[in-house]
Design a protein around this ligand. Structure first.
Ligand code: PEP
Length: 252
């Protein structure tokens, strides 16, 4: 078991109305035993204040957002800034989820600005990277992830980078029921850690929390989390059921 911070984050995506979000949060609290794993709930924006209020006395539960705008404020109809999130009690912000990259055209250059906005507002980014199926089949997945990290993160100072969590999410595994094998996850996590070591040194690389995401569930989480470079998970579908989500948290 690694000495790194272990973390499990639930990405609710565009699911749960206001009351359902409250119910899911209270169910998770009811089932969750004290743990050294950091547990992050990342609901849609409308839930931020209510989830924040519900979890405020829980020391191991944290609030996450699924996205933020890169600018501080202004005429950006429909957007939410990092400082607004901070004001509702958000601790983590997921940046560069593959659905944001795919459906909203987010590029690594833009994501670097969002990461900077998150850090400037004293929150922690969970930066997503990962390849689509054609890239995996072409065998260029390691190069693609290297490029995503270089453009999205490696402009940060070492001090800034020390606050970043990385989530490796092979796009072909997200919401498909097709999980990466523990070996595939380990290989890529090891690759990511080597890239960090080359950029920032071995010590920082060893401290960086790297999550796996992609059809992670209570049946496969233990084997994935047992890999030496896998420090937890970013969970989509299985985070919508309290029992499943808590079972994943208990899978270390
Ligand atoms: C995700 O969206 O980050 C994700 C990993 O989804 P799922 O667990 O549903 O594959």
């Amino acid at each position: 078991m690694s000495a790194r911070q272990r973390l499990v984050a639930g990405n609710w995506k565009m699911n749960k109305n206001y009351q359902e979000g409250r119910d899911l949060t209270t169910d998770i609290i009811r089932l969750l035993q004290p743990t050294e794993v950091k547990v992050v709930l990342a609901p849609p924006f409308i839930h931020m204040k209510s989830v924040s209020n519900i979890i405020q006395d829980m020391t191991h539960l944290y609030l996450g957002a699924q996205n933020c705008h890169q600018e501080e404020k202004g005429a950006y109809t429909g957007e939410v800034s990092a400082s607004m999130l901070k004001s509702t009690g958000v601790d983590y912000v997921i940046i560069g989820h593959s659905e944001r990259r795919e459906y909203f055209g987010e590029t690594d250059g833009l994501l670097a600005k969002k990461v900077a906005a998150v850090l400037a507002n004293d929150m922690l980014p969970i930066f997503c990277c990962g390849e689509k199926l054609d890239i995996r089949e072409a065998g260029t997945h390691e190069a693609l992830v290297a490029q995503q990290l270089k453009e999205g993160l490696f402009g940060l100072s070492a001090e800034e980078f020390a606050r970043v969590v990385i989530a490796y999410e092979p796009v072909w595994a997200i919401g498909t029921g097709k999980t990466a094998t523990p070996q595939q996850a380990q290989e890529m996590h090891h690759h990511i850690r080597s890239l960090i070591a080359r950029q920032y040194g071995k010590e920082l690389a060893e401290q960086t929390t790297i999550l796996y995401g992609g059809s992670c569930n209570p049946s496969n989480a233990s084997e994935l989390f047992a890999q030496p470079d896998v420090d937890g998970g970013l969970i989509g579908g299985a985070s919508l059921k309290a029992e499943d989500f808590v079972a994943i948290v208990n899978s270390f």
